[in-house]
Design a protein. Structure first.
Length: 241
């Protein structure tokens, strides 16, 4: 599997003969265009986890001629921007829904923000993209709001318990200060993800897990992308440049 960082929570994943694009935002190095130009793929899927501007960037409509399927969270449907796309190219997914087309299988989960998380099963790989699902713990917030955030997160974690995935993309957001990786820590502890990619952290220091982050005696390969266009190859051994 080859993963290219686009920007924010945006990634291009190449696995087998498939191109999977998640939350493509700006893509300043035009990695998706380059991959399409190489023409070395059989199908292209473009996922949008929710309609926030930093996850749903309408420049992806330029791929409409070549895309196999746009898979959008259902909240995107209510936006004016969704009308820029041909409706017959889009599959909208509500939370806790399943969709398959004979090539990939997609399951959606609820977010703690807007929209969904996606679990994509290509037959050869299982990829989880959290969207804006996270334990949004804001230090300066009221105790009540902090508890609400915690409860919302824990409620969804129950549905994700023991999830199996070869790689998970998960927010580690520097705006939350010390609490920036609380959600990722809990997520990794309660699922069986084999590799972690930190995301949604533009303009903040690169995240590094503290010792013991993955639990006692457990290490998971991780990657904290810095510059858009960065690429890693992920195999059983971890991330390689
Ligand atoms: Zn976001």
């Amino acid at each position: 599997m080859e993963i290219t960082y686009l920007l924010n929570s945006g990634f291009l994943v190449k696995t087998g003969r498939l191109l999977l694009v998640f939350d493509d935002f700006e893509d300043p190095t035009q990695a998706v265009d380059a991959a399409i130009a190489e023409a070395d793929f059989d199908a292209l899927y473009i996922f949008v986890s929710h309609a926030h501007f930093d996850h749903f960037d309408t420049h992806i409509r330029s791929y409409e001629d070549v895309v196999t399927r746009y898979v959008f969270s259902n909240d995107v449907r209510r936006t004016k921007r969704s009308r820029l796309f041909s409706a017959e190219k889009i599959t909208y997914m509500k939370r806790y829904a399943d969709w398959e087309d004979g090539t990939i299988r997609v399951s959606s989960f609820d977010s703690t923000d807007v929209g969904t998380c996606f679990l994509v099963d290509t037959g050869g790989a299982r990829i989880f993209h959290a969207g804006d699902f996270n334990w949004w713990h804001w230090t300066g917030d009221t105790r009540e709001n902090q508890l609400l955030a915690r409860n919302a997160f824990q409620k969804q974690m129950k549905k994700l318990e023991n999830l199996e995935a070869d790689v998970a993309f998960f927010p580690v957001d520097g705006r939350m200060g010390e609490a920036w990786d609380m959600g990722a820590r809990e997520f990794c502890a309660r699922t069986n993800v084999k590799a972690l990619v930190a995301m949604h952290n533009v303009g903040y220091p690169l995240w590094q897990p503290k010792e013991g982050f993955f639990g006692e005696g457990r290490e998971i390969p991780f990657w904290t992308p810095k510059d858009s266009g960065e690429r890693r190859r992920l195999d059983g051994g971890g991330f390689e440049v």
